[in-house]
Design a protein around this ligand. Structure first.
Ligand code: NDP
Length: 485
């Protein structure tokens, strides 16, 4: 790896990099070439204990600071992150294989936005006053304590920041475990936060497979768990957290509908479908992978999207001209290839793409299927790759029930020129994150999260404060105490 600012050890605990090679080695593979570019070591019980002990200890000092003081640290970290956007984007591209063209505008920048936004909010986190005659109640909005963050592999910098920023703004501390597939970037988030002035132990990163996450969740020092991952992992993590009645945020998978009516602006609808299926080579949880296209516009839509996909430039993701990277791993590429084969076997029409690209990298072509029906596997299961399915529909009456006919509820979108219809559709969507005439934007000011199997709680926006703090009610008597005897 020709990159000299990569993390210097596997874990960042109590304000410094630490190593313990007794842990299982985890090879870090560059998805574009299949080469091993680094090795980290899974956290041993000793490292897990050090991280939790540091987070517990640091919580006292961190929570006793004013919100403005904590916010200043977060905003300084945001500035450092922006200054180092180039290096962080190069690292993100090595970690994930996503093209630099994307990482340079969507990862460290999004992490910095979260740090800046929650840094700004930190001083405004308050309780309230409730007057009861002469007596009154006031509420204190207090931190929860040690929060555990567990990340998926698609947005390692963003996920580490989206969880860390609101947690720290509220006065909590964090132990974050990245996915073992992309372990490098979160370490840089920890390094930057501490350089910006976070006391040692406030934000720790430790590596490991699921077992390390499981050990963190069940530790009695932990107050809250925030997971970004798949539904099966979500079930396990939620159940383990329930043992200790711990608070959870669950950002899980999806199979989101994107509904395109005849009256939609075709070019914008095609752009929305591209953003909702091929960004990050399709490895985005909120992707609108079930693209319902009204029959009158269907053939024009298919022709135009096939044309637009000719603009895909696959290759070395570090090349700023390249706009389409590999899958994160060989395993993920094989899973996606399996879904494509199933789509063909079940009778979907392959419009474009569909092939694994020869070579050592984990590339797969952007793929569009037409004539997909509601019961096909590719229309029901989350693929997490660049596979767009077009399903036909006739009328507004039928489409809402079909769009909602999924156990997931992460996102949904509609393209139409009829604004009242757009709002009707959005009111009917069973999804936490909806779009009208665009798709997949996730600014920090807006709540992000899912309903149904797609999750619990919300990230980003003021809503995240609710999920990283608790209210204490305090009754204050101004007169004598009356008792019956
Ligand atoms: P996984 O569910 O496989 O893993 C998520 C994280 O959980 C990893 O760090 C994993 O560790 C860890 N983990 C696995 N088992 C356990 C366990 N028993 N206890 C504690 N932690 C555990 O997800 P992927 O990494 O494969 O990511 C893809 C999934 O994430 C997709 O379903 C996608 O939709 C979802 N996602 C959701 C988002 C959202 O905001 N809603 C955003 C991005 C992705 P390890 O990797 O070491 O096994």
């Amino acid at each position: 790896m020709t990159y000299n600012t990569q993390p210097t050890a596997s874990h960042f605990v109590d304000g410094k990099y630490v190593e313990d090679k007794a842990g299982d080695p985890i090879p870090v593979i560059y998805p574009a070439t299949g080469e091993v570019i680094a090795t980290v070591y899974s956290a041993t019980p000793a490292i897990i204990d050090q991280a939790l002990a540091a987070a517990k200890r640091a919580g006292k000092e961190w929570a006793s600071m004013t919100g403005t003081q904590r916010g200043r640290v977060l905003r300084r970290a945001a500035d450092i992150m922006r200054e180092r956007n180039h290096e962080l984007s190069v690292l993100e591209t090595f970690d994930t294989g996503k093209p630099y063209q994307e990482t340079s505008v969507a990862d460290a920048t999004s992490g910095a936005d979260a740090l800046e936004y929650f840094g700004g909010l930190a001083g405004a986190i308050t309780g309230e006053h409730i007057q009861l005659g002469d007596d009154f109640v006031y509420t204190r909005r207090e931190p929860l304590g040690v929060c555990v963050g567990i990340g998926a592999w698609n947005y390692p910098t963003q996920i580490a920041s989206w969880k860390g920023a609101p947690a720290l703004a509220c006065g909590n501390t964090m132990v974050f475990k990245p996915s073992e597939t992309t372990p490098l970037c979160a370490l840089k988030v920890a390094e930057i936060l501490h350089e910006a002035g976070a006391p040692a132990g406030v934000y720790n990163v430790i590596q490991g497979y699921g077992a390390v996450g499981a050990a963190l969740i069940t530790d009695t020092r932990v107050a809250k768990v925030s997971l970004t991952g798949s539904v099966p992992t979500g079930r396990k993590v939620y159940a383990a957290a329930a043992e200790g009645i711990r608070a959870v945020t669950m950002e899980l998978g999806g199979k989101s509908p994107l509904v395109i009516f005849d009256d939609a602006d075709l070019e914008n609808a095609v752009s929305g479908a591209i953003l909702g299926n091929f960004y990050s080579s399709g490895q985005v949880c909120s992707n609108g992978t079930r693209v319902f296209v009204q029959k009158g516009i269907k053939e024009a839509f298919l022709a135009r999207i096939a044309e637009r996909l000719k603009g895909v430039k696959m290759g070395d993701p570090q090349d700023p001209e390249v706009n389409f990277g590999p899958m994160v791993s060989q395993r993920q590429r094989d899973i996606v290839a399996g879904f494509i084969a199933k789509g063909i076997a079940e009778g979907a029409r392959l419009v474009t793409g569909g092939k694994v690209v020869d070579g050592n990298g984990f590339f797969i072509e952007p793929t569009v299927f037409a004539d997909v029906t509601d019961d096909m596997t590719i229309a029901r299961e989350e693929i997490f790759g660049p596979v767009l399915s077009v399903l036909d529909f006739d009328t507004e009456d039928e489409i809402l029930a079909r769009a909602n006919d999924t156990e997931f509820g992460l996102a949904a979108g509609v393209f139409t020129a009829d604004l009242t219809r757009a709002h009707r559709m959005v009111a009917g969507f069973e999804a936490g994150t909806c779009y009208i005439n665009t798709y997949n934007l996730a600014p920090v000011e807006a709540p992000f999260g899912g309903s149904k199997l797609s999750g619990v709680g919300r990230e980003n926006s003021k809503a995240a404060i609710e999920h990283y703090s608790q209210i204490k009610g305090v009754y204050v008597a101004m007169g004598d105490v009356e008792a019956p005897f």
